[in-house]
Design a protein around this ligand. Structure first.
Ligand code: PGA
Length: 252
C-alpha cells in the first residue's frame, strides 16, 4: 500500500489575476520538478484560465472550488464541469463546508455533482466532509461523515483516484486545528467507510487529506498520523513560503 501525499491550496475568493499567477509561479519555483508530494491549487473561477496556463510545464495541478452538476443550460452564474476540463483543470473540489453551510448546498445537490464528475474521466474529485462543532459535541461525528460519504456509493470506481478531505467545520479559518489524534480518528472512520463503499483495496490506496487551520507550524504533527495523507490548506496557502514549508514537511 502506498499513497502519494497531496498538499492542496484552496485559494477561496482571494486575489487578483496577477497575484494568482505570481503565487502559482512562486510555488512552482519552490517545489521544483520533482516535488515530494502532489501539489494542487484551487484558484477562484475567474483566474483558472490564467493559472492553468501558468501551471503548464510545472507539476502543479489546477482545480476548481466548485462546479454545477448540469452539462449546460439555463443556470445563470454557474459553471459546468466540462467547462473546467476545457480550461485545463484536472481537479474539482466538491462539498466544501462553505458550500454546504454558508451557501446551503444540500446533500442531494452534492450527490448530483459527484455523479456528474464521476463520469468525467478528465477530472479528479476532492470531496470535502466534516462535522460542525455542535455535531461533534453531540457525538455525531462518525454518523455525519458516513452520511456525507454516501454520495459516492454508486460511483465507487472513482477511488483511489478521487480524494477525500476531512475538514471539521469548526477548524476552518479559526486557527484551531484538530489535534493529530482527532484527525487520525476521523480519517480512520472515513477509510473504514470507504472500504465498505468501494472495497478494501481502493480504500487503502485513497488519499485522505486533513483541512482546517493547517499551517507550517502544525503540519508535521498532522501529516505524521498514519491515515493523514495530505493537507487541504486555506489561509496559509495564500503565502507561497508558508505553503512551500507545508509541502516540504512531506519530505521530512
Ligand atoms: P483554512 O481553510 O486552512 O483557512 O482553515 C481550509 C479550507 O477551507 O479548505
Amino acid at each position: 500500500m502506498s499513497r502519494t501525499p497531496v498538499i492542496a491550496g484552496n485559494w477561496k475568493m482571494h486575489g487578483k489575476r496577477e497575484q494568482a499567477c505570481t503565487l502559482l509561479r512562486d510555488i512552482a519555483a519552490g517545489i521544483g520538478d520533482a516535488p515530494p508530494c502532489e501539489v494542487v491549487v484551487f484558484p477562484p473561477f475567474v483566474h483558472l484560465d490564467a493559472v492553468c496556463t501558468a501551471a503548464q510545464d510545472t507539476p502543479i495541478k489546477v482545480g476548481a472550488q466548485n462546479a454545477n452538476a448540469h452539462a449546460h443550460g439555463a443556470h445563470t452564474g454557474e459553471i459546468a464541469l466540462a467547462m473546467l476540463v476545457d480550461l485545463g483543470c484536472t481537479e474539482v473540489l466538491l462539498g466544501h463546508s462553505e458550500r454546504r453551510h454558508v451557501y446551503g448546498e444540500a446533500e442531494n445537490v452534492i450527490a448530483e455533482k459527484v455523479a456528474t464528475a464521476s463520469a468525467a474521466d478528465a477530472l479528479r474529485i476532492m470531496l470535502c466532509v466534516g462535522e460542525t462543532q455542535a455535531q461533534r459535541d453531540a457525538g455525531q461525528t462518525a454518523e455525519v461523515l458516513r452520511t456525507q460519504l454516501a454520495c459516492v456509493r454508486e460511483h465507487d470506481h472513482i477511488f483511489p483516484r478521487a480524494r477525500i478531505a476531512y475538514e471539521p467545520v469548526w477548524a476552518i479559518g479559526t486557527g484551531l486545528a484538530a489535534t493529530p489524534a482527532m484527525a487520525q480518528e476521523a480519517h480512520t472512520i472515513i477509510r473504514t467507510e470507504l472500504a465498505a463503499l468501494a472495497g478494501a483495496d481502493a480504500a487503502s490506496e485513497t488519499a485522505i487529506l486533513y483541512g482546517g487551520s493547517v499551517k507550517a507550524a502544525n503540519a508535521a504533527e498532522l501529516l505524521g498520523q498514519a491515515d493523514v495523507d495530505g493537507a487541504l490548506v486555506g489561509g496559509a496557502s495564500l503565502d507561497a513560503d508558508e505553503f512551500l514549508k507545508i509541502c516540504r514537511v512531506v519530505r521530512e
